[in-house]
Design a protein around this ligand. Sequence first.
Ligand code: SAH
Ligand code: SF4
Ligand code: F3S
Length: 456
Amino acid sequence: MSTHKSQKVFIKSYGCQMNVYDAQRMADVMVGAGYEETQTQGDADLVILNTCDIRERAVEKVYSELGRMRESKKARAENGRELQIVVAGCVAQAEGAEIIRRQNAVDVVVGPQSYQELPALLERARLKEKAQIDTEFPPVDKFDLLPKASGPAIRSRGVTAFLTVQEGCDKFCTFCVVPYTRGAEVSRPVAKIVAEAEQLAAHGVREISLLGQNVNAYHGVDERGRAVSLPTLMRRIAKIEGIERLRYMTSHPVDMDDELIEAHGELPELMPFLHLPVQSGSDRVLAAMNRKHRVDAYLRTIEKVRKVRPGIAVSSDFIVGFPGETDAEFEETMALVREVGFASAYTFSYSLRPGTPAAEISEQVPEDVARERLHALQALILQQQTAFLDGMVGQTVDVLFERAGRHAGQIAGKSPYLSAVAVAGDASLIGKIAPVRIARVTANSLVGDLLAVEAA
Ligand code: SAH
Ligand code: SF4
Ligand code: F3S
């Protein structure tokens, strides 16, 4: 196994969109080191598990996957072929050497701030025949150390793209591991982001989702060294030829300032979809979670956004069964959901994360109680989601077509509200934005009729 040429890398990503973005950057690093990317795990000489630490179940998944991979590694070794295994992402950062203690088939453990080191770490693991760990937080902008994505790689990734503009979190919600796994909040400089967006546009990307664990706290510096807000950054990116749509996630309610709210009314490229996690409808629980905002402030923010952008789709994250949550407090969450009316939402049962402040609270909610609350909340959200989609029927919306649909002869894309929409059509539609009259709802998505295709 002396040469890297023709070796294949497979990356399996869990967790949030930032992990999806990081997976692409890791692929770029490995392609730069002579590897070829494969979509088939069985073909790979190198498998990278890009892990998520957010809930206990996510972590268990990593260890069961590693158990299976250890068997593949053994089987390949018997055929004289090597399989290298890397654990990246938030579990790598949180557990470090513990991963190698639990699973000695792992060759490299690498944290989210050190992906540029991957080829060197793999080489060292191979030469020293000893697992390597790098979970440093270097005091530099890691993005600048990563190679620029190569043209063909970007092209094959489609017409929508993620672009990380901010990483880390200083909020320290008492249930959450992110401040520990991703470190302090850091914003990338404007010039770097604009350059990356221009490169994406040049390769056919038409919609960019700006990413950050706290993206609306963005405060990167511009070319003159002045701190720039997220709306100002979005206005810069919106000017790039070819970029027709912008989105951002995930936002924290306390950083939802008037300038950002107004951008929803003023910036046509900014899509009418807002993901604004609230977690709970109880002020007592919000305080215990250290969310730094109250229910009425959240409701006021939603009201203001709806005023400047009527019809905007609002989505959220909820945790039920936070330690000490009473039935009455859970009912306050249900009341908030009824009041807001969400287009979609992610709902989670509280998962105890060792090392976080909430893990120390003694009154944990019994599992069956939490499960019951989760089901009740999910039923209500599903009702609202269905109502939102039903409300689209008969409307005409612009769809950006991204890929082949689920059925033959169908092409699928997204509405401005982030709903999946399918129409009868062929691959020439991909990358185009066209008006579609919505005809019906099928399993969480919309089906419609194409009205006209823009000139190329
Ligand atoms: N930075 C984002 C996303 C954080 S993780 C934000 O602040 O919203 C995504 C979601 O996972 C969170 O919004 C929360 O709802 C959920 N989550 C985080 N930690 C959790 C835990 N310990 N148990 C259950 N859900 C959790
Ligand atoms: Fe976690 Fe809270 Fe930071 Fe979101 S804001 S990443 S939930 S600590
Ligand atoms: Fe998971 Fe890390 Fe994202 S814990 S949600 S992969 S920031």
